[in-house]
Design a protein around this ligand. Structure first.
Ligand code: GLU
Length: 306
């Protein structure tokens, strides 16, 4: 098997929390244990929510953790022309249509999506006539028509995940009404053009994989291997998020060493029988996907920050 090309694809909307570090560690170990290449890509498409200072801190935090990369890709905020070219391809193939539904309509009319808390789009705007479209006085979002077909993700950790986009998701937005290209399009184009062969990230994105596989086929990109790592839960059972500043790296870096943190996460992942003080580099030879657990994990932060 040839050496993998993996990536870190953080959104610089805040400091990394432990869950982000966990996913980054596994992505890095998987690539480094097979002499692969690691790409860092800032997913700063939404410039309202992201900023260069957060991107700087992300790089610095990754290096502090000992998680390095070989190349940094152009940040997504600078790639509008590339996404536009792929959007135009979809447009030319007749698969796109404008959607005028408001946010309220979307959430009240459509059934909830099975897994990611959004909705299954029922196709309200799919067959509007030109005159119906002309009657709206607002800019539309653009949706791609999905086929009635089963997509199967053979995940390195979660096993088989299946979704029929037509019934489980519906036609999805590739460009928002404010003109922003959405994550699903940008990530597919960027991973595809940079030759990424392995996508390792949190399980909250597992349900995005079928949408990305569909776009990969439309753009003639090969499917990468997917590995969706478990989410970490705080001791009180809540999911870690960037809002929980108490578990972000700004807080943790002032209270423990990188090696303590890496050792705790490696133990949490199933790579070490006990938490120990160990560097990411020292874990490379111990790494195996077979040792990892698929389910959500409660992280005992008291071990780090008593
Ligand atoms: N930018 C996304 C995030 O920070 C990750 C995207 C991906 O790994 O596909 O949640």
């Amino acid at each position: 098997m040839s050496a993998p090309i993996g990536r870190f694809a953080p959104t610089p909307s805040g400091r990394m929390h432990l869950g982000n570090v966990f996913a980054a560690l596994i992505a890095w170990l998987s690539v480094r244990s097979r002499n692969g290449t690691m790409i860092l890509r800032m997913e700063d498409l939404d410039i309202q929510r992201t900023c260069p200072e957060n991107a700087r801190l992300l790089r610095e935090d990754l290096l502090w953790l000992g998680l390095d990369w070989d190349t940094e890709a152009q940040p997504q905020s600078q790639r509008t022309a590339v996404y536009q070219a792929y959007f135009d391809r979809l447009q030319a193939s007749g698969l796109l249509y404008p959607c005028y539904c408001t946010r309220n309509q979307l959430h009240s009319v459509n059934a909830p999506h099975l897994s990611d808390g959004t909705y299954i789009y029922s196709g309200t705007c799919r067959n509007l006539t030109d005159s119906q479209r002309a009657a709206f006085d607002r800019a539309p979002a653009w949706r791609v028509q999905v086929p009635d077909r089963q997509w199967t993700v053979e995940d390195l950790l979660q096993g088989i995940y299946e979704e029929n986009l037509a019934t489980d998701c519906g036609d999805f937005v590739v460009r928002r009404s404010d003109g922003l290209f959405v994550y699903q399009l940008a990530v597919t184009v960027d991973d595809g053009l940079s030759g990424v062969t392995e996508v390792v990230r949190g399980t909250d994105l597992l349900s995005s994989a079928p949408r990305q596989m569909f776009l990969q086929e439309l753009f003639s990109f090969p499917h990468p291997t997917y590995g969706h790592v478990p989410l970490l839960l705080a001791p009180d059972g809540r999911r870690l998020s960037k809002r929980d500043r108490d578990l972000d790296l700004g807080y943790l870096r002032s209270r423990c060493s990188a090696e303590q943190l890496i050792g705790l996460l490696a133990h949490t992942a199933g790579l070490l029988p006990q938490p120990e003080v160990i560097s990411a580099r020292e874990l490379v030879d111990l790494f195996s996907w077979d040792l990892l657990r698929p389910d959500s994990i409660v992280i005992d932060t008291a071990l780090l920050v008593p």
